[in-house]
Design a protein around this ligand. Structure first.
Ligand code: SF4
Length: 313
């Protein structure tokens, strides 16, 4: 009986949040970036796509909030504003994740954030860490935080621990964000930390057992985690994708839920390396090996999330 209820929980899908990757473009090219963002990255939603994905989110009764992320969503400010306006018109909660590059002085911080405050966003997550650009970023984040607080916007700072101080999987006390070694972090930073045997990575550490949120990128990919697609929202309604999803039968999510990256490697006969930095590092590396396999065609996408950035819209 107990086992049965665990299985039910593992296969639970009740979508409450849609995270919109407005663009893969960013001013920075951080070593820890999961999504390989950079100034030259391709892939930005059109206005029609932003409106479309909000409408699709509204079509799912359990969805109560949307987040705008990137890349850097403030790079496409009119699109961001339109998306927020549409979501708020229908009473969805809205969050935005930014590195606050626009907060060049106090007046600028107020100018950019005031319209968002007037539309009633409920979270501004400010991203700052040891891996961002030049050091001025902390000042910009600080200015944006002050302006947001004055405007009554709830804020949080996402601060990633510097890799040199990191003892993977990172502190759990909320003092710093946990750095997971997927995307560019797997390639650039995994070599800098102490590794553990592959067999220890028998669970996916981040995604909750119940699938409560997805990310949708500019190509329409509906992502369970960065680089793991469950469908394409430009080709099939998100509502239908979610209704048809059986996590246990999904070729990648199924093994990950059953036994983490170790099970994923074993299920597909991939010979693992002896050690990895963390579960995400193993997961990412195994998935890179699997990308050419017919059995997972169209699932381990887009190229952008595997560091192949020549993809054009
Ligand atoms: S183990 Fe894989 S699916 Fe789970 S959080 Fe890490 S990268 Fe994502």
């Amino acid at each position: 009986m107990r086992f049965r209820s665990m299985v039910c929980q593992m296969s639970s899908v009740e979508l409450s949040g849609v995270h919109i990757l407005l663009t893969y473009k960013c001013l920075y090219e951080c070593d820890h970036c999961f999504v390989w963002s950079s100034p030259g990255a391709k892939g930005t939603m059109t206005l029609a796509q932003v409106e479309n994905i909000i409408e699709q989110a509204l079509d799912i009764p359990t969805v109560t909030r949307v987040y705008f992320e990137g890349g850097e969503p403030f790079l496409f400010y009119p699109l961001l504003r339109r998306g927020i306006e549409l979501a708020r018109k229908h009473s969805l909660e809205v969050g935005v994740v930014t590195n606050a590059y626009f907060a060049t002085d106090d007046g600028a911080a107020d100018l950019w954030l005031r319209p968002l405050s007037e539309m009633g966003i409920s979270d501004l997550s400010l991203s700052t860490d040891a891996h961002h650009g030049t050091g001025d970023e902390k000042d910009m984040v600080s200015r944006a935080r002050t302006a947001a607080e004055k405007l009554g916007i709830p804020t949080g700072v996402i601060e990633i621990e510097g890799v040199e101080q990191l003892s993977c999987p990172g502190p759990k006390d909320g003092s710093k964000g946990q750095l997971c070694f997927r995307g560019r972090a797997a390639e650039k930073l995994a070599g800098k930390v102490k590794k553990k045997p592959w067999k220890t990575f028998d669970a996916c550490p981040e995604e909750p057992p119940a699938i409560g949120r997805v990310h949708v990128d500019p190509y329409g990919n509906v992502l369970f985690c960065q680089g793991i697609s469950i469908g394409n929202a430009w080709k099939k309604p998100l509502k239908k994708i979610m209704a048809e999803l059986d996590p246990e039968k999904h070729p990648i999510i199924g093994p990950l839920m059953k036994g983490g990256p170790a099970e994923l490697a074993s299920r597909f006969g991939v010979t693992p390396k002896r050690t990895y930095a963390d579960a995400c590092h193993m997961c990412y590396e195994v998935r890179r090996v699997l990308r050419d396999r017919q059995a997972v065609k169209g699932i381990l996408v887009p190229d952008q999330l595997y560091g192949i950035t020549s993809e054009s819209r």
